[in-house]
Design a protein around this ligand. Structure first.
Ligand code: CTP
Ligand code: CA
Length: 238
C-alpha cells in the first residue's frame, strides 16, 4: 500500500510524468478531447514526490489538482505535450507517459468560430491528421533518452488478440521498458479506470515480466509502478 514504500527511495532521481488528456482545437471555442481525468498521472507524481524524487508533471487539462511539491508544466494539445515532454525528459531518470494523447487532430483550425449555414442542413466534414507519437519518440535510443521509459495502454481484447497480447505488441512497438496495461471494460467488474479512484492493471516488462496490480487505489498502483522503475534502475547499474 501507499505507506509501505521506503520513504526517500527516489531521492536524487529526476522523473517526468505526463498526465491528463490533450485537446485538439477545431476553432477558438471547440476541441476534440478525451475522458482522461489525470488521476492516475497525478497519483504517480504525488507518490514520486513523497518518495523523494524531483518531479516534473506535464499536465494536460487535469480534472484534479496537481500535487504539492512537483513542478507543473501546463500543455494544451499533443504537439505542446510533445515539446514539453521531450525537453523535460532529456537525461531524466524516468519518464512515465500517463497522459491520454490524441492520436489525431483536425487538419485545419478555423481562426474564427465555425457557424451553421442558415441556408442548408449540411454539416461540415472534419478532416483529421495524425499526431506525433510522443512515447515512441521519447523511447528511441539516444543520448537524451530517459533511463527508464514507462507507457500506459488501455486495451480491449478482440479477434487479433487478448488484452495482454495487444499490450505486448504495443510495448515492443513503442520501445518502452515498461507498459502499464489497463483492460477497458474491466472497471465494471473490478472498479477503476476513467475518472475513478481505483485501478486494475498489469505491468508488462520488456524483459518478459508480467505483474498484476489491483484492484487498488491509484496511489497503490503508482507505488507499484515506481517499485518496478526502481528495480530497473538496480538491474541496469553498470
Ligand atoms: N502516446 C503518445 N503519443 C501519442 C499517442 C499515445 O505518447 N500520439 C502514449 C500514451 O501516453 C501512452 C501510450 O502512448 O503512454 C499508449 O497509448 P495508446 O493510445 O494506448 O497507444 P497508441 O499507439 O495510440 O495505439 P492505439 O492505436 O491503440 O490508440
Ligand atoms: Ca491512442
Amino acid at each position: 500500500g501507499a505507506g509501505e514504500a521506503p520513504a526517500g527511495d527516489l531521492a536524487g532521481r529526476r522523473v517526468v510524468v505526463s498526465a491528463g488528456g490533450t485537446r485538439e482545437p477545431l476553432d477558438p471555442v471547440r476541441y476534440l478531447g478525451n475522458r482522461s481525468s489525470g488521476r492516475q498521472g497525478v497519483a504517480l507524481a504525488a507518490r514520486a514526490a513523497a518518495r523523494g524524487a524531483d518531479v516534473v508533471l506535464v499536465a494536460a487539462h487535469l480534472e484534479v489538482p496537481a500535487p504539492a511539491g512537483v513542478r507543473v508544466v501546463d500543455v494544451g494539445d499533443a504537439r505542446e505535450l510533445r515539446a514539453a515532454v521531450l525537453a523535460e525528459a532529456a537525461g531524466a531518470d524516468a519518464l512515465v507517459m500517463a497522459a491520454a494523447v490524441a492520436d489525431f487532430r483536425p487538419a485545419a483550425v478555423s481562426a474564427t468560430k465555425v457557424k451553421k449555414d442558415p441556408g442548408t442542413e449540411d454539416a461540415p466534414v472534419v478532416t483529421l491528421v495524425r499526431n506525433p507519437d510522443v512515447l515512441a519518440e521519447a523511447a528511441r535510443p539516444g543520448p537524451d533518452r530517459a533511463a527508464v521509459v514507462v507507457g500506459f495502454a488501455a486495451e480491449t481484447g478482440d479477434d487479433a488478440g487478448d488484452v495482454l497480447a495487444h499490450g505486448r505488441a504495443k510495448l515492443a512497438r513503442k520501445g518502452c521498458d515498461l507498459l502499464v496495461v489497463n483492460e477497458v471494460g474491466a472497471e465494471a467488474r473490478t472498479g477503476g479506470g476513467f475518472g475513478t479512484a481505483g485501478n486494475t492493471v498489469v505491468l508488462l516488462g520488456d524483459d518478459g515480466t508480467e505483474q498484476p496490480v489491483g484492484p487498488a487505489p491509484k496511489e497503490d498502483v503508482a507505488d507499484a509502478v515506481w517499485d518496478a522503475v526502481v528495480r530497473r534502475w538496480a538491474r541496469d547499474l553498470p
